[in-house]
Design a binder for this molecule. Structure first.
Ligand SMILES: Cc1cc2nc3c(=O)[nH]c(=O)nc-3n(C[C@H](O)[C@H](O)[C@H](O)COP(=O)(O)OP(=O)(O)OC[C@H]3O[C@@H](n4cnc5c(N)ncnc54)[C@H](O)[C@@H]3O)c2cc1C
Length: 453
């Protein structure tokens, strides 16, 4: 266990993906073993100190800024990965990232659903649901969890699975950041499709084709082996907004190309890059506009997501007009919008009541990122984001605001993140009162209860 409180590395160790939703951390303790997590929790409880688990520090919700004088329990050191090719499972430490897990599986001819960016924490994503390119075949990341080792709010270590604390297991898969710190988790894995190779292309389009593009995105009822991620971003060379479509398939190249041509082939593009890559390289070699390019840590960012059942082109064009004005301002060129069309075939095979993840009807995952490097843009970033959120939620196809909780700005509210069904809300609150009545784990998009602080 290493305490970094007075270290010159402290800022480096605590710096976040978004520097606008920053928790108040006064001590940073990197764990040496899973057992250290319980020791720190018990110490914090007995000294009335707040704690926050930190892995890749990518979460951006504004609720994080409610912490005061907190101890960050850095679990990024828990990096173990054990693959069992017979049982078809992978057991990972709580501090692995997407980029750690994919090569370990590829090396033995296996795969599972992961996030689309290597930099993201594997558990951080999974606990909210976890979207990724293989969800069409294997469901969400959370759908593949078989069991976890959880250190609870009292520092006790328990196993949680379908047979051990099954209600808590339900809650961990969609609202999982609220109940403790996972030091280890076991996931289902599968034989890699297409020998572990994927066809990937990025095509750059003029935004004059935006209407056709969103019609095509809507018409593309994404088959299980496909994903299409559309980035709207500024071309830094020409200061012109562009669309970059990242299309990935684990079908053979010729089939994938024919699929692309049938859906998007009629839209003229400016430039294209294409390759057939090992699955584990697709995120990191995201060509332009996606993948590791999105992982940069330094710009200020105001970010929010919206779940949609269909892209509403009129609404998107309205948001785009406002985007252009904001992104053209000095120091605002990092702003972007991402429209993630993952296949929902595997997601919708899972009984919607069997996990706390509430939005299995969602077909489009929208992310609006008001990134800026000049502090003078802060208010404008806020204005663009909130206008965009209002327009996008109103046209999302959901009757009330809905979004993937890991993409929340932190202002949307309980129902928008965890579902409006009364039974879901009651169940989550009951479990929160049972497992964390003092709200030890309530800094990231919390389940609202009357905390016994
Ligand atoms: C560039 C980028 C790309 C992304 N891509 C995807 C994607 O493809 N798919 C997707 O689903 N999401 C994606 N996300 C969202 C991502 O899932 C969330 O931001 C997630 O919370 C990040 O986890 P982290 O470990 O990286 O960050 P952290 O800020 O370290 O952790 C996030 C929260 O989870 C808690 N936490 C982390 N690990 C554990 C654990 N082991 N046990 C208990 N609590 C824990 C922390 O306390 C914190 O509150 C992306 C985000 C970014 C910034």
């Amino acid at each position: 266990m290493r305490s970094m409180t007075n270290s010159t590395q402290f800022e480096e160790m605590t710096i976040r993906y978004s520097r606008t939703s920053v928790p108040d951390i006064s001590a940073f303790i990197s764990v040496g073993t899973p057992e250290d997590v319980g020791v720190i929790i018990r110490y914090a409880n007995s000294h009335s100190r707040e704690i926050l688990a930190g892995n890749r520090r990518h979460a951006w919700s504004r609720t994080l800024a409610r912490t005061r004088n907190a101890i960050m329990i850095d679990i990024s050191t828990l990096k173990n990965i054990t693959v069992d090719t017979e049982a078809n499972t992978v057991t990972v430490g709580g501090g692995v990232s997407v980029g750690d897990v994919m090569p370990a599986l590829q090396a033995v001819g296996k795969e599972t659903t992961t996030g689309t960016c290597n930099c993201v924490g594997f558990l951080g994503a999974s606990l909210g649901g976890g979207h990724g390119r293989l969800q069409g075949r294997h469901g969400l990341m959370a759908d593949n969890i078989l069991s976890v080792r959880l250190t609870t709010a009292t520092g006790e270590v328990i196993t949680v699975s379908d047979t051990s604390h099954p209600d808590l297991f339900w809650a961990l898969r969609g609202a999982g950041h609220n109940f403790g710190i996972i030091t280890e988790a076991t996931y289902k894995i599968y034989d890699a499709a297409n020998g572990g190779m994927q066809y990937t292309t990025n095509k750059v389009y003029d935004t004059v084709h935006m209407t056709e593009m969103f019609e095509a995105m809507n018409n593309f009822k994404v088959p299980a082996d496909y994903s299409a991620l559309l980035n709207v971003l500024m071309d830094t060379n020409s200061s012109t907004p562009r669309m970059v479509l990242n299309f990935v398939s684990s079908e053979p190249e010729a089939t994938a190309k024919a699929q692309f041509a049938s859906v998007f082939g009629h839209i003229p593009y400016i430039s294209a890059i294409e390759a057939v890559l090992p699955w584990a390289s697709v995120n990191g070699r995201g060509l332009t506009g996606t993948g590791d390019f999105a992982c940069g840590n330094r710009a200020r960012k105001r970010i929010a997501g919206v779940a949609t059942t269909r892209y509403n082109t009129t609404a998107i064009l309205e948001v785009f007009e406002k985007y252009k004005k904001f992104a053209a301002r000095p120091g605002a060129g990092a702003a972007r919008m991402i429209f993630e069309s993952y296949s929902v075939k595997g997601v919708q095979k899972v009984d919607p009541d069997s996990t706390a993840y509430p939005w299995r009807a969602e077909t489009g995952v929208v992310l609006m990122n008001a990134g800026y490097t000049d502090d003078a843009r802060a208010d404008e970033a806020e204005d663009w984001l909130f206008e965009a959120m209002a327009i996008m939620h109103a046209s999302s196809g959901f009757p009330r605001p809905a979004l993937y909780m890991n993409y929340a700005s932190g202002t949307e509210g309980f129902g928008a993140m965890y579902g409006y069904d009364e039974w879901r809300q009651e169940k989550l609150k009951k479990l929160k009162k049972e497992w964390d009545p003092h709200c030890v784990f309530s800094w990231f998009n919390p389940i609202p209860i009357d905390c016994q602080r």
